[in-house]
Ligand binder design. Structure first.
Ligand SMILES: Cc1ncc(COP(=O)(O)O)c(C=O)c1O
Length: 390
């Protein structure tokens, strides 16, 4: 067979989670009941009002045409209204916001539109896989900063800034996989550094709406009201349980948003208009819904944290995200082997920390995407697993 392969993509390693996933599927085919805390795919349905609006809008012929690549005005206005309500940030829907196909696509094309070949970009290690790969797709050079602990992230960053010219810094808080959060002060300092060294800050804000006990995660944009250095990726995926709808936004610095909008105008015609209309309703009318979903995640989280702590895991404390991030007890160090063994012997799928970067080795991530009953069952299985393995 004649092969048609791009060297870059060909050289990408096999997605580490694929092997665990293949094992999970094989086990299920054999009739084993696998409790899946591996894949961060929300199990909670989207709000009925949004679904109804989608159906209604889909029945109108005028909505069947190509939509606007950067998103209909009403949707971008709904984002700017939400940012004013929640973060006290003032955005021009025409200049500072572009609709993307989720934050993942948004990030990838954003980097393609703002970086040149060989530019340096700082990325957190560990991080969500596309944070490692989007820079490679843009043929940029990544500088990875260990951020298992974010306390000294800014100190490490400044060292890198002194050493080389850095075009962009990509962060993400609340963070996947570590669940760590930052205060507004962190962003204030990051913007100060951007002022000094002139780089673009990108915050992947995918978990902005998944938080507990009223601890609203701050927005980067609040620290940069003139939007001189900042772009934030916002998404309805997690907060509104709309993963399959693919609705995200790049928001912030006008020139970066322009560049992305221009690139996207060549590549796509925008999201199906009924999806955009229904998403507008979510943003305008359902501020409480993400809080209800978050409450469910918090209750699930507590069950897991209790058991893991009893089993001598060190669990990262957090008031946000839909994950638990935990350091394995001393007896185990290889997160990949541990995850495979756990699936094999306890019928529980988790994500090995190393899948998010070298700094994630020794940790596992559990996604809170099964109901409480099944999570309790998973924890019983885990206790049995430890009884026979320690
Ligand atoms: C940090 C982070 N960014 C982006 C995404 C993808 O979000 P979206 O569905 O908006 O593309 C995820 C999903 O797990 C994520 O964890």
């Amino acid at each position: 067979m004649t092969e048609f392969k791009n060297k870059l993509i060909n050289d990408f390693p096999e997605y580490l989670f694929n092997e665990i996933n293949t094992m999970k599927v094989a086990a299920r085919q054999k009739g084993r009941d696998i409790i899946d805390l591996g894949y961060g795919n929300p199990d909670l349905p989207s709000h009925p009002l949004v679904v109804e609006k989608l159906i209604e809008a889909a029945q109108l012929k005028k909505n069947h045409k190509y939509s606007v690549s950067k998103g209909i005005f009403g949707l971008r206005k709904a984002v700017s209204d939400k940012y004013r309500r929640i973060y006290n940030v003032h955005l021009d829907p025409n200049k500072n916001i572009v609709n993307t196909i989720g934050s993942k696509e948004g990030l990838t094309h954003l980097l393609l539109s703002v970086l040149d070949v060989g530019d340096n970009i700082v990325v957190q290690n560990p991080s969500y896989p596309i944070h490692h790969y989007a820079p490679l797709i843009a043929r940029a050079n990544t500088i990875k900063i260990d951020s298992i602990n974010t306390d000294n992230f800014l100190i490490k960053l400044e060292k890198e800034l002194k050493n080389s010219f850095i075009k962009a810094v990509l962060v993400s808080f609340p963070h996947n996989p570590t669940t760590s959060t930052v205060t507004q002060d962190f962003y204030d300092k990051l913007v100060e550094l951007a002022n000094k060294y002139e780089f673009l800050i990108i915050n992947d804000f995918a978990y902005s709406d998944v938080y507990f006990e009223n601890q609203v995660p701050p927005s980067l944009l609040t620290s940069d009201p003139e939007l001189k250095y900042s772009v934030e990726l916002y998404s309805l995926t997690k907060g509104y349980s709309m993963a399959g709808w693919r609705v995200g936004f790049a928001i912030g610095n006008e020139s970066a948003i322009n560049s992305l909008t221009k690139l996207k105008s060549y590549i796509d015609y925008g999201t199906f208009q009924p999806i955009q209309i229904a998403s507008t309703v979510a943003l305008n009318e359902l501020d409480e819904f993400p809080k209800e979903l978050s409450q469910v995640y918090q209750e699930r989280r507590e069950i897991i944290v209790t058991t893991l702590t009893e089993l001598d895991f060190i669990v990262q404390e957090s008031k946000a995200t839909m994950f638990v991030w935990a350091k394995l007890p001393e007896k185990f160090s290889d997160s990949y082997e541990f995850s495979k063994k756990l699936l094999d012997e306890a019928n529980v799928a988790v994500s090995p920390g190393v899948g998010f970067g070298t700094a994630g080795e020794g940790y596992i991530r559990l996604a809170l995407v099964e109901n409480k009953h099944r999570i309790r069952q998973a924890m019983k299985n885990l206790i049995k697993f430890f009884d026979s393995n320690v």
